[in-house]
Ligand binder design. Structure first.
Ligand SMILES: Cc1ncc(C[n+]2csc(CCOP(=O)(O)OP(=O)(O)O)c2C)c(N)n1
Ligand code: SF4
Ligand SMILES: [Mg+2]
Length: 347
């Protein structure tokens, strides 16, 4: 008689999938790279919220960060585009199939250097997607040159300082129309998880800039994107809790200094005040807070801005409810009679 114990039962989420269904291939990034922690958070969030992996489109550009979609959501759609060109591919993807949940994962070089033009148009259109910037201040994949998010005075491993002012991707997103803007740190597991879950529930463009240290080229003294610098200079705006739509909101309502915001899908985000009063629906105050933090050398993290009322690009275009990609020819092509009429007018 066999004495082998039965394997423990698999833990399934609300749609009956196990965490394995949300994983990807084994990472080939350096051990300790911040991007690996972000991949882990993505796996946890999509699993815990029970998002159907086959409804997700993963989009990226080129870079170590842009390689990372291979390491999560292996059952989702994926498109690894040209360097800095992911926003236009993402926009096209969503116009063709508005039912997809688009998750862009990109780098600071991909977004703020070569891709800045594409990023700005994605922002002004409020394309409804999650856009995660794995921000390490360098081009990790091409051996650690400064990117356009490197701070003035931050040094390379060789000691050479950066002299050019940085683009702050959150400030750009705030200024030009993103409706969910957050900054986090790859080492802050709980905050990043909550922000990603809220981003999944939001309708509109979510720009999530995650400081994600490059252990190989930018984790030394003198770098403002190293683990130790961010740990020492992180200023969290608030404490965040996320209550998904499928959980009972009436339980455990915390008291004092808490704002409760209902998100598009009926989930709730609970924002608990820390030292300062901060209203994440005040866009100008968010821009001012970023400016002040930059002057002090602080890394401000949390939900900087949330706007649940602006129309998305899909709504502005007044698209039909069904995905365009699934419409039959009879609904996407003018009938022969209409074409004949046009030809007659041209004769
Ligand atoms: C058109 C083009 N120009 C330059 C490159 C070289 N290149 C590859 S990745 C990269 C920068 C990646 O930096 P980032 O987006 O910050 O990603 P990281 O590797 O730091 O995660 C560059 C310049 C390229 N692949 N294509
Ligand atoms: S080079 Fe830097 S960014 Fe690229 S995988 Fe290694 S630690 Fe990460
Ligand atoms: Mg980078």
């Amino acid at each position: 008689m066999s004495t082998t114990a039965a394997p423990p039962p698999k833990k399934l989420n609300r749609i009956g999938l196990e965490v394995l269904n949300y994983k990807g291939s084994k990472t080939t990034l350096c051990a300790g790279c911040g991007h690996n922690s972000i991949s882990e958070r993505i796996v946890e969030c999509f699993y815990e919220l029970g998002v159907e992996p086959w409804r997700v489109a993963k989009l990226s550009g080129i870079g170590c960060s842009s390689k990372s979609p291979a390491y999560f959501l292996g059952e989702s759609h994926g498109f690894n585009s040209v360097h800095g060109r992911m926003p236009s591919v993402a926009t096209g993807t969503l116009l063709a199939n508005r039912n997809l949940l688009a998750l862009g994962v990109t780098g600071d070089g991909d977004t703020a250097s070569i891709g800045i033009g594409q990023f700005m148009h994605l922002v002004r259109r409020n394309v409804p997607m999650i856009y995660v910037i794995e921000d390490n201040g360098v081009y990790g994949l091409t051996k650690g040159q400064f990117s356009a998010t490197a701070d003035v005075g931050s040094t390379l491993k060789s000691g050479a300082p950066n002299q050019l002012p940085p683009f702050d991707c959150c400030a750009l997103a705030l200024k030009w129309g993103a409706t969910f803007v957050a900054r986090s740190f790859s080492g802050d597991k709980k905050q990043l998880q909550t922000i990603l879950k809220a981003a999944i529930a939001h309708k509109g463009l979510c720009v999530v800039d995650v400081i994600s240290p490059c252990v190989t080229f930018n984790d030394h003294d003198g770098s403002t994107k190293s683990y130790s610098y961010v740990k020492d200079h992180e200023e969290a705006l608030h404490e965040l809790d996320f209550v998904p739509f499928f959980e009972d909101i009436s339980v455990e309502i915390p008291e004092g200094g808490v704002t409760d915001v209902e998100l598009h899908d009926g989930s709730h985000l609970r924002i608990r005040k820390l030292e300062r009063d901060y209203n994440p629906t005040d866009r100008l105050a968010a821009l001012a807070a970023l400016e002040e933090a930059a002057v002090k050398g602080e890394v401000l993290t949390g939900l900087l801005y949330l706007n649940t009322s602006s129309p998305t690009f899909i709504e502005l275009l007044n698209l039909v409810d069904e995905p365009l990609a699934t419409l039959p020819q009879s609904r996407v092509r003018p009938p022969q009679a209409a074409l004949d009429e046009v030809m007659d007018e041209l004769r």
